[in-house]
Design a protein around this ligand. Sequence first.
Ligand code: COA
Length: 413
Amino acid sequence: MSLAASIEIRRSTFADVPAARRLGAEAFGVSTRPSPDPDPGSWPSPNVRPWVATDHDEVVAGLGVRSFTSWFHGARLPTAGFAGVTVAAEHRGSGLLRPLMAAALAEARDLGDVVSTLYPSSAGIYRGVGYEVVGAFEDVRIPVAALAAVPRPAGGVRARRATAADVPAVRRVYEQWASAQNGPLSRGEAPFIMEADEMVGPDADYTGVSLAVSGAGADEEVLGFASWSRGPGYDRTNTIEVDDLVALTPDAARALWRVLASFASVAGWVQVCTSGGWSGVDVSRLVLPDHAATSVPRPYMLRLLDVPGALGSSRVAPVTARVRFAVVDPRTPDLEGAWTLEASVGAVRVSPDDAATPGDRLTFTSAGLALTWAGAQSTANARLAGAVSGPAEHDAVWDSLWGGRQVHVRDYF
Ligand SMILES: CC(C)(COP(=O)(O)OP(=O)(O)OC[C@H]1O[C@@H](n2cnc3c(N)ncnc32)[C@H](O)[C@@H]1OP(=O)(O)O)[C@@H](O)C(=O)NCCC(=O)NCCS
């Protein structure tokens, strides 16, 4: 579909802000806590790149690209997180989305982002531009009664309330957990940094941050944390909302779940922001004796921007492997190519292969590459979805390189 000559796609200016905000409110509803009008000095927000499409100077589409790093295969990868994607109601279906996304993706690539992620309102919107669902951020609701039988932690692990002095230790716990997964934001960039005044104190986002600790005095070690909000009321309809529950040991998980269980007389529910599905993929749930819960998933989609950059940053098992692979996907010409991957002593090198011929190697669509590299699907399953084709002799090697980490994400944007 070719765009009308009157359409311009460009980075937003401050003058676009009222129209872009109106579009956002129309698409996503009016916030009960609207953010104040920005002033030119503080716009755009740190690490946000806003884009618009205009028709005869009227703003008819917009989006924001959040710049952050996220963990994949042991590396902190520069990531372009798309948010607030909106086309004005009267212009939907006219082909604005693809060129708007393409312009913002090209800029992200130029700036060094190697992957892009987003939370779709419908997955089908973004498949055509190369994204695939690799995981989900979830709100899991658990009846407090189901936590009653969580055993006491052993090994001297106990819970205590965090103070501002504990925030560096909380960040270390998060980093130790996040760096072992695929997907979590590093929380190293605004607005995702766990700032002390947002965690604890009079202006904090939470009623409390509880820690699981072992040892005492100078030997005390923080092994987990839960940030929770109390909400009003004290009957069984009430919910304790938990933004993070991260535990590095099973006893730390038990200590934190027991803090939440202690609200049984004044709340009926605990709602935890988590990821990975209610099958135990969030390991902190493995210590729960009861699986009663309901879950509302928010799917998370991934697209690669730089194939050698993403794969080549990965730290993998110390196997020696050589796999020839290609990406063939007319929907994402920027990702197409043929390469040879060489893995040795835990590092990966990906070099272009000019001698490739069609069908001579393991071949991915952009979705197939996202699914298998993130470890969200095996190569065999991606073949069932039409996302992988070509010779299967290296499927097992591909899976062993990328299959060892689960996909998690704990920040919504
Ligand atoms: C989503 C939105 C931005 C798409 O813009 P649009 O102009 O309607 O998009 P297009 O008609 O060009 O369609 C683009 C692609 O999305 C798909 N799509 C559009 N709406 C969809 C829906 N509701 N569910 C699934 N797929 C959808 C189209 O089939 C098309 O796929 P293709 O590229 O494979 O052909 C627009 O409908 C909108 O603003 N909706 C309300 C806000 C919203 O949901 N934003 C997304 C937030 S993540």
